[in-house]
Design a protein around this ligand. Structure first.
Ligand SMILES: [Zn+2]
Length: 293
């Protein structure tokens, strides 16, 4: 082998080694980048979640829900305090007495007040097993529907008890659907929470609330108010322990737009008193809390 041949072999070997080194550097480089990105992602997820900027809410990753909608965060609410209709001292005492007599039936669930995490109502089936209701409501509900039938009206209960998991599913479904239509997560959640309450905050989770539609009109919208059957319910429901929970003239108090179909059981005494004084459950509760002040 002459010198020229040896030089050629040597340079071929060097080129091969350089290629191998290059491949190794590339592999290590890519690995390194993935490693850094991975560590950064984990750190962002941990610290971001701790800072409330990146919580997982109902399986969808996004920004934290507004504090006022969070469970048990009523004291962090930043909205303007609402004007509450303050009753006379005697009436405030009546509110307090009624609340103390039956706190379970007067439990409040709304945007500001969530149910306790271990809230677990005693339930029984209604509507041939299609729905569930709190046991305490059963007799009065059956009696009210029977009285309505005697007056010539048929009703369809569209919704009764709903678990907080189901409430969350309904919110998630709506959010996903709006995101598919092009909204950002924040926009979609904001829109959905205008109409639905977050899990843990819906009255349906108490088993004390029912969406009652008039037979012949299955639309859960303002047209229910035009039905004679709905008018009968609104007029007579308090006799059976129910209140129209979200009246048209109390949207600023309840924080929920008018729902002519949503009835809430509070017991006959409380319902009669609330009907007589024109109180929402929020106003009733606040007056009870102001008794003796
Ligand atoms: Zn409802």
């Amino acid at each position: 082998m002459d010198a020229a041949e040896r030089r050629k072999r040597k340079s071929r070997r060097l080129r091969r080694e350089r290629r191998i080194r290059l491949i190794w550097y590339t592999v290590l480089g890519i690995w390194g980048i993935f490693g850094i990105v991975g560590i950064a992602s984990v750190a962002y997820w941990i610290f971001g979640a701790a800072a409330g900027t990146q919580v997982v809410y109902g399986g969808i990753k996004g920004p934290a829900i507004p504090a006022a909608l969070g469970r048990g965060t009523a004291d962090t609410q930043e909205d303007e305090p609402q004007q509450t209709k303050l009753l006379s001292e005697e009436d405030r005492s009546t509110c307090k007495r009624l609340l103390e007599e039956n706190p379970a039936l007067l439990v409040i669930a709304n945007k500001d007040h969530g149910l306790s995490r271990d809230y677990d109502p005693d339930l029984r089936y209604i509507c041939s097993g299609r729905l569930q209701a709190a046991s305490a409501v059963y007799d009065d509900l059956v009696e009210m529907l029977a009285a309505g039938r005697n007056a010539g009206y048929e009703f369809w209960i569209a919704s009764g008890y709903r678990s907080s998991e189901r409430q969350q599913e309904l919110i998630d479904e709506d959010v996903r659907s709006r995101m598919r239509d092009g909204m950002s997560y924040e926009e979609a959640m904001e829109r959905v929470l205008r109409e639905k309450l977050p899990a843990g905050h819906s009255e349906h989770e108490t088993g004390l609330s029912f969406d009652i539609l008039c037979s012949g009109n299955m639309e859960m919208d303002g047209t229910q108010a035009d039905e004679p059957g709905n008018r009968w319910l609104v007029e007579h429901c308090s006799e059976f322990g129910f209140i129209l929970r979200y009246p048209a003239d109390k949207e600023d108090v309840t924080g929920i737009t008018y729902e002519p179909w949503h009835f809430r059981y509070v017991g006959r005494d409380a319902a009669g008193f609330m009907e007589e004084k024109g109180l929402t459950l929020e106003e009733f509760t606040e007056n009870a809390q102001c008794a003796g002040l």
